[in-house]
Design a protein around this ligand. Sequence first.
Ligand code: BMA
Length: 303
Amino acid sequence: MRLTRHPANPILKPNPFNAWEALNVFNPSVIVHNGLFHMHYRAQGVDYVSHIGYAVSRDGVHWNRLQQPVLSPSSDRDARGVEDPRVTELEGRFYMAYTAYGRKGPYPETGTPPTGITPMIAVSDNLLTWETLGPVVENEDNKDHALFPAKVGERYVTFHRRPPSIWLAFSDDLRRWGDHREIIKPRPGLWDGKRVGAGGPPILTEAGWLVLYHGYDERHVYCMGAMLLDLNDPSRVLKRPTEPILVPEETWEIRGDVPNVVFGCANPVIAGEVYLYYGGADRVIGLATAPLAELLTWVLAAG
Ligand code: BMA
């Protein structure tokens, strides 16, 4: 099964009038709240430092964007950028998982070590002002985290990525995370043979948590695929089809800043339709959709 691309693609492009988003806009989060689509997207100017921008839409296709980013680097930990937002609405508040891309080398004068790649969580009540809560893990390079939209049992759950696999972690307070569990590894010889990472927050269905995730192979082609996790024990993988659901095919997915990339960070469900928002070749933003029931039937049919 393949998702259907929207005819208006790409739905968001770099804006040469704003330095911070002049070169690339990609890897967006989108949630629907009070009848509007709210997008948070990764943006880069020619310095390649990532900021997070915000745009709003009535139809999920045409967007009005703010002229200033809503989140920008503010410390050593994110000196080279704030990347790949994934927003989850949870218990009436908004939580953003984002990657802090840290200072590169030690400061020669102090010898302070480089700060690596840290999976961070921030919270907001209005989607515009964000307060950082803290990291999911520290002192390891880790990203591709996304919070589940509800507690499982008594605990909050997040995806994260210890290369090359997708992991889960659990928390009582969204600040301290533990009980780390690896859930899927790459499958050598397939489209996700080298590395895998979560997409957006998982979709709650009667059959389980439906997860869209990215993977790449030895040719470094990023595709999107799907899997189903047990509702009460999401560390149990119920289904994982061998075929991807989206593969780089359009010119703007094949050529851009990084070639051959479709990279989804959001999959809201609107009127029974899954909307996958994704970065195309790390330069523009695309939308592809599928009826949820059809996608689920296809995932359930996997061996
Ligand atoms: C990953 C992340 C993504 C990016 C992808 C392809 O490691 O950094 O933000 O879209 O690589 O370049």
